[in-house]
Design a protein around this ligand. Structure first.
Ligand code: SF4
Length: 238
């Protein structure tokens, strides 16, 4: 596993658990609003976090942490994710996976092998609208397959959408709703453009990205018809 960072304590990243967050290095998407741009390239320019150091850290925190969040970057592009999750579970931690849903075969295998306890998947927009903003090429069937595998798994889960006006509107929320019908938890996240801290700051200068609170609330009302609970995660506009 290649890691770009570790957050040693979190009370919010794994619902109802005290967790740490492991950030894997490398992502196959290029979301302009990505808040972890240093994790997107396959190799970090910063000091890497070595796997043995991760296990040494977890051994010391066994009595303090309930769960481990494996986030990114995109964890499912790492070849040894299955073994890594297995080792973490063998240590007694619950495992939460954060994924962009682009590799359903990996998600399905993790579920089948019982290597994860909770999955959070991003739904960037209508799967048919990922190209070209999210990536140059994305097969929408893969996104739908990941969502369906999660829904069928019986595992704790959530889906989430960052509300960027240029790609998220009533129509795309309906398409997402159809894809994730029956989901236990769906979170709409207000986008935050921290200039210099997003992957593509230029996108925010050239696109109408901001959705106000009223508009996001209207999107929640649409989404609520498809899922058990839809909430909004507000951020302060900068
Ligand atoms: S926000 Fe997009 S680019 Fe950034 S890590 Fe997640 S999927 Fe990759």
């Amino acid at each position: 596993m290649i890691f770009g960072g570790i957050q040693k304590n979190s009370l919010i990243d794994y619902p109802s658990k005290v967790s740490c967050v492991l950030f894997t290095q490398g992502c196959n998407f290029r979301c302009p609003y990505c808040h972890n741009p240093q994790l997107v390239a396959s190799r970090s320019t910063r000091s890497p976090v070595f796997e043995q150091d991760v296990f040494a850290f977890l051994s010391k925190r066994k009595n303090w942490l309930d769960g481990v969040v494996i986030s990114g970057g995109e964890p499912t592009i790492q070849d040894d994710l299955f073994d890594f999750c297995g080792r973490i579970k063998d240590m007694g931690f619950a495992v939460k996976l954060d994924t962009n849903g682009s590799r359903p075969q990996v998600v399905e295998k993790l579920i089948r092998l019982k290597r994860v306890d909770y999955i959070a998947m991003d739904m960037k927009t209508d799967p048919d609208r990922y190209v070209p903003v999210i990536a140059k090429a994305v097969d929408p069937a893969l996104i739908r397959a990941s969502a369906h595998a999660i829904l069928a798994s019986g595992l704790a889960h959530e889906f989430r959408t960052t509300c960027v006006k240029s790609i998220v509107d009533a129509e795309s929320i309906r398409a997402i709703g159809v894809t994730i019908t029956g989901a236990v938890r769906y979170v709409l996240q207000q986008v935050q453009c921290l200039e210099g801290h997003v992957l593509n700051p230029n996108y925010f200068k050239t696109h109408d990205w901001h959705l106000d609170g009223e508009s996001i609330s209207a999107l929640r009302d649409i989404a609520a018809g498809f899922v058990e609970a839809c909430t909004i995660r507000w951020t302060k506009r900068v």
